[in-house]
Design a protein around this ligand. Structure first.
Ligand code: PAF
Length: 283
């Protein structure tokens, strides 16, 4: 049976555990998560394992990246199953602070990212989100001081934001993006997929199908706007409330008018009932 990872719940305990891990100058990879781990997270852990001697996974449902109307209270918390998954991957350390440890009484400092964080994608619909993510990831980086950190490409704008932040603030960590893991029918794995009813789950892969269809049209030479309009129609007629389907420059996330200005990343966000799904693919 695999041995359970060490679990640190306070900053001094984390520091002690990290001293032990680094004793033989091992490199450290951090995989930041909010728990409710699925195969997508497992693939991040495996990427981390390939690139570093020791793997630390943080599990913290970060209240500052949820708006009051969002699902912070009901976000799935599956500690026992998470622990089993991380033990099976032989993760060395889990950093599992509570809210008071991360945001003690009187906490008054926030990171306010710009550039990719104000690209007019997720930020348009969740204006609180990237400030919360940047602040918590900034804290996780300074607490763990990893050599590398692995994030999923599924949250593509988030990946760009933390990459830019690590560079801008000289945080000394290399941010690695890891490919989105999909169900057999194309739906991107997400902790929020558990909210979908059976009927919604049947419809959900349309997001990926529509992006693939629009990407194929762009590659075949169709105007980007027309290719996106066809994808939008497919998504809406499947029953989604569409927030956006956009083609952006894959590095800067700036709007893009033609394939020649690429590389292009297509990004989508849409709601099925109360569940909001996001996804993206390279064109
Ligand atoms: O992607 C997530 O799970 C979260 O946004 C992160 C990066 C762990 C920050 O809370």
């Amino acid at each position: 049976m695999p041995r359970n990872p060490m679990v640190a719940r306070t900053v001094p305990a984390l520091r002690r555990a990290l001293e032990g891990l680094r004793a033989r100058k091992a490199s450290v990879a951090l995989v930041p998560t909010m728990g409710a781990l699925h195969d997508g997270h497992v693939s991040l852990v495996r990427q981390a394992r390939k690139r570093a001697g020791k793997v630390v996974v943080s599990i913290f449902v970060n209240p500052t990246q949820f708006a009051p109307t969002e699902d912070f209270g009901s976000y799935p918390r599956t500690w026992k199953a998470d622990l089993e998954k991380l033990a099976a991957e032989r993760v060395e350390l889990i950093w599992h602070p509570d809210v008071k440890t991360m945001y003690p009484e009187g906490f008054a400092t926030r990171i306010s990212p710009e550039g990719p964080a104000v690209a007019g994608l997720e930020d348009r619909f969740r204006p609180h989100f990237f400030g919360g993510v940047a602040t918590v990831v900034g804290k996780l980086f300074t607490q763990v001081r990893p050599d590398i950190a692995v994030f999923g490409e599924k949250d593509f704008q988030q990946l760009r934001v933390v990459t830019q932040m690590a560079r801008d603030l000289d945080l000394g960590v290399r941010v690695i993006g890891s490919k989105t893991v999909r169900e057999r029918d194309g739906l991107a794995m997400s902790s929020r997929n558990v909210y979908l009813s059976a009927e919604q789950r049947r419809v959900a892969p349309t997001l990926h199908k529509a992006m693939k269809a629009s990407a194929a049209r762009i590659r075949a030479g169709e105007e980007i706007a027309a290719a996106l309009a066809a994808g939008e129609e497919m998504i809406r007629s499947a029953g989604f409330a569409l927030d956006y389907l956009e083609a952006r420059h894959a590095e800067t996330l700036a709007p893009i008018a033609s394939l020649g200005e690429g590389p292009i990343r297509m990004l989508v966000a849409a709601k099925l009932g109360t569940t909001r799904l996001i996804d993206n693919i390279g064109v």
